[in-house]
Design a binder for this molecule. Structure first.
Ligand code: IMP
Ligand code: MG
Length: 175
């Protein structure tokens, strides 16, 4: 595989995203809702750089099996009450944008006071929605990436960097 973004570059980007979030949100309490499972590493790093009173919750969606998209499902059972709260939705990557758009629509039903969104990655030229996340770490080319939480068939989430899979990585590994 080929390294696309190094661990040090990721840390610098998370630092600057946190600075922008602090600038905009000030010291108001914030509820961070992470979209499972790809955002776990980003979530862990980002929240440790924020200093306001902070709650954390998760929602689960899934749309990929391998590199193939299936129907999107959303499970909000593990989300704290967000009524009247300032909410920051966190996801790993903004690809077509449909996941974030659908999660935003579901969360709006719970009547948060405000709802903003942060993604580590945005894939250039892939968006199918008008929405754009409020905070974006990196814009990347249209390639399938893994690492730093992102998976291929649930593997590679533990890589500390972001990498592009090559055909030899896609074939033949299944443990
Ligand atoms: P979207 O709904 O097309 O924006 O897709 C967003 C979701 O698809 C992300 O939360 C990821 O879980 C997954 N995804 C999209 N592109 C990639 C990729 O290159 N690698 C791993 N997961 C991806
Ligand atoms: Mg995801």
């Amino acid at each position: 595989m080929k390294i696309l973004v190094s661990a040090a570059e990721i840390q610098a980007s998370v630092e600057s995203l946190a600075a922008k979030i602090k600038e905009r949100e000030g010291n108001r309490p914030l509820t961070v809702i992470a979209i499972m499972t790809g955002s776990i590493v980003f979530l862990a790093d980002l929240i440790r750089k924020l200093e306001m009173p902070l709650r954390v919750g998760v929602v689960q969606t899934s749309s990929y099996r391998g590199t193939v998209r299936g129907p999107l499902s959303i499970n909000a059972a593990m989300m704290p009450d967000i009524a009247g709260r300032d909410v920051l939705l966190v996801d790993d990557i903004f690809d077509t944008g449909r996941t974030l758009q659908e999660v935003i629509a579901s969360l709006a039903d719970f009547q948060p006071r405000s709802l903003s969104s942060a993604v580590l990655l945005l894939k250039r030229g892939r968006q199918e929605v008008d929405l754009r996340p409020d905070y974006v770490g990196f814009e990347i080319p249209d390639e399938f990436v893994v690492g730093y939480g992102l998976d291929y068939n649930d593997l590679y989430r533990n890589l500390p960097f972001l990498a592009v899979l090559e055909p030899s990585d896609l074939a033949g590994q299944n443990s």
